[in-house]
Design a protein around this ligand. Structure first.
Ligand SMILES: [Zn+2]
Length: 266
């Protein structure tokens, strides 16, 4: 399993799409760029799909590995992604898409101001490429990346988001699509990371990734696509019954990322 920091994602998206990254961002992930070269047979990657389920810890993946068996048949890279402190949603996603540590991007606690620094959502439109965020109302991704020249699709439910994400694949207009699903995190807080309901949400998140993989394989036959499964941070049990995250321990600081390289169909 290779390892990287969540701050390296922004420059990786830009490098995959051959877009100039803003200055100061963490370096792109070499393993991802090298794997893209191999799997796309030297053809330029022109689609990145970042599926962002919330709070799926590396230890949850290790303990429930059998749940990921079907997903792992579709991916070429499984990575240990170390997140930033404090490991809470707006801080982590701000780092993922800006490439900056929290001190530099400005969100250092659980708060959702619109980010004032450059992100991948600024780099793409500058290069004339289209990006879309598909996320639930009030959640971090729906708020901290506002005021960019990109398309926002904000809905009440996860189901509406996922339906729209599949529709956007059909429409084939965006170089970058970023859908967010917060259901594992939501249920994990209420019933603990290993509760029945959160584990069902995890199954659904894995199912959504598989649906997206299938839709891309069908609709984007002329494109080279990098499809990521990229949570923001991990989690741990609290008082046996509940779940939480936010501490500087591997349970919260380490998550698992998967990358699938879907070459053009020839
Ligand atoms: Zn989160």
């Amino acid at each position: 399993m290779n390892e990287y920091s969540i701050t390296q994602i922004a420059a990786t998206i830009d490098a995959l799409l051959d877009v100039k990254c803003h200055s100061g961002a963490a370096q792109p992930i070499q393993e991802v760029l090298e794997a893209a070269k191999i799997h796309f047979n030297g053809k330029q990657c022109d689609r990145v799909f970042m599926y962002n389920p919330d709070a799926i810890a590396l230890w949850v993946y290790e303990k429930y590995a059998q749940k990921f068996a079907q997903l792992e048949q579709k991916v070429q890279l499984t990575s240990k992604a170390t997140t930033v402190f404090p490991p809470v949603t707006p801080v982590c996603f701000a780092s993922m898409y800006s490439g900056f540590e929290p001190k530099k991007h400005g969100i250092q606690k659980y708060a959702k101001p619109v980010l004032a620094v450059d992100t991948a959502f600024d780099d793409l439109p500058r290069a004339g490429r289209r990006a879309a965020i598909v996320s639930t109302q009030g959640d971090s991704i729906s708020r901290i990346f506002l005021n960019r020249n990109i398309d926002y699709f904000i809905y009440k439910t996860k189901e509406e988001c996922n339906e729209k994400a599949l529709e956007l694949i059909e429409r084939d207009e965006h170089a970058l699509i970023v859908p967010y699903n917060g259901d594992y995190d939501h249920w994990m807080h209420r019933f603990g990371p290993e509760g029945k309901r959160p584990l069902r949400a995890l199954d659904e998140n894995i199912g959504t990734f598989l649906d997206v993989h299938k839709a891309i394989s069908k609709a984007w036959k002329s494109h080279s696509t990098a499809l990521f499964f990229a949570p923001d941070h991990g989690c741990h049990a609290k008082f046996r019954l509940f779940g939480t995250h936010g501490i500087n321990e591997p349970c919260d600081m380490q998550t698992v990322h998967f990358t699938s390289f879907i070459p053009p169909f020839t």
